[in-house]
Design a protein around this ligand. Structure first.
Ligand code: PLP
Length: 394
């Protein structure tokens, strides 16, 4: 998608553009439906009706009952509520995979939890999970395995995970972070067996700062993170973000309706992008594939590559000069560059991990975006390598 500033936006896993219909509903709710949904008069009831109708829509998309939806401030809060709420309800430990988003990983580590490794293809090691469940089954509060990874797009085997947990640790709750999944997978069916499911509106054309956690009946004793006014049946205090919730409901409903037709289109563009770069640039590794070009267990949108001998930051800088917006998976914390924990868990060599590039497509990505990226990335990588060689000689 080329925006009014001329950008080729290939960073949809970071966030997506707001759908025009979402902007419309939010503008109208912000302007006219300003009552506090917890109040008693008719303006309050009007706002409460917006929240109720939105709850119906979101629950339909997620295959849950309306009363099982807890609206949150986004994916991070939904994940924290799932992990911390389960730990506080049971006094037991959490478990997650080593490649979870920090919104899951950090609360798991904070509560003294365990992590389970992944294979080189980015999928959870089910044998290791089974071992953990056999050795610690009775001590576990919740097992949290994401539906699809935000860096590589690798889809996790949720059905196998739930079968293992139900067999080996039947009292343990199951959570999945489905924040990256809603555009690409039928979340209602792949998470049907999960007690707790997190989503975030800004990953599917909705507003930032709005999300939800499905809390199925087995998890009803979850302890709230935000205590306060008793909203969300006492599971999440705080006045509702009525416009955000309405926007998320519209975005979720439209996304679910368009998914079947958009996924193959996006996958074809992503495949062209990945195949062309992999065949025309030397020293590049595509992550999350079982063999070159086999993207059978990746979401349709992510092309994630690691280039030998370059630094992601320098590549992103050059790409931006050509109006291509993408991202890397390494992050700068306390001044020191750290390679992505996801790539480290997959066994990637540190130097290669520093040369990572994530191109993430969306429903609005065009052929022109893809062709521009193809025409730009190879020469940019070559230029950076040449610079490195020139630097070595001087
Ligand atoms: N989980 C995953 C997999 C994500 O990709 C993200 C955001 O990038 C989050 C959680 C956090 O969601 P939010 O930005 O709504 O807090």
């Amino acid at each position: 998608m080329t925006d009014t500033l001329g950008a080729h936006y290939l960073d949809n896993a970071a966030t997506t553009p707001l759908r025009p219909s979402v902007l419309d509903i939010m503008t109208s709710v912000l302007a006219a439906t300003y009552g506090n949904p917890s109040g008693a008069h008719r303006l309050a009831r009007a706002a409460n009706q917006v929240v109720d109708e939105s709850r119906e829509s979101v629950s339909a998309v997620l295959g849950a009952e309306p009363g099982q939806i807890v609206f949150t401030s986004g994916g991070t809060e939904a994940d924290n509520l799932a992990i911390t709420g389960a730990v506080e309800a049971t006094g037991k430990r959490p478990v997650c995979s080593a490649i979870e988003h920090h919104a899951v990983l950090d609360p798991v580590v904070h509560h003294g939890g365990l992590t389970v490794g992944v294979g080189g293809d980015g999928r959870i090691d089910l044998d290791q999970l089974a071992d953990v469940l056999r050795s610690h089954g009775t001590e576990l509060a919740v097992v949290s395995i994401m539906a699809a990874n935000n860096e590589t797009g690798v889809i996790q085997p949720l059905a196998e995970v739930s079968a293992l947990v139900r067999e080996l640790a039947p009292d343990t709750l199951l959570h999945t972070d489905a924040v990256q999944a809603l555009c690409w997978l039928d979340v209602a069916s792949v998470t049907a067996d999960y007690d707790l499911v997190s989503i975030s509106a800004h990953k599917f054309g909705g507003p930032k700062g709005t999300g939800a956690l499905v809390v199925r009946d087995r998890a009803r004793s979850l302890v709230p993170l935000l205590k306060g006014g008793g909203q969300e049946r006492g599971r999440r205090g705080g006045t509702h973000n009525v416009a955000g919730i309405a926007g998320m409901a519209v975005a979720a409903t439209e996304t679910a309706a368009q998914r079947a037709s958009r996924v193959p289109e996006v996958a074809a563009r992503r495949d062209r992008l990945a195949d062309t770069i992999c065949s025309s640039v030397d020293g590049v590794v595509e992550t999350g594939v079982r063999s070159p070009g086999d993207r059978g267990h990746k979401t349709a949108n992510i092309c994630h590559l690691c280039f030998e001998g370059i630094a992601s930051e320098a590549l992103l800088f050059l790409l931006e000069k050509h109006d291509i917006m993408a991202s890397a998976a390494s992050s700068c914390s306390s001044g020191a560059m750290e390679p992505s924990h996801v790539l480290a868990a997959m066994g990637f060599d540190r130097d290669l991990a520093f040369g990572s590039l994530r191109l993430s497509l969306g429903y609005d990505t065009t052929d022109d975006d893809v062709e521009t990226a193809i025409a730009t990335i190879g020469p940019a990588v070559e230029r950076l390598r040449q610079r490195e060689r020139d630097g070595d000689r001087s």
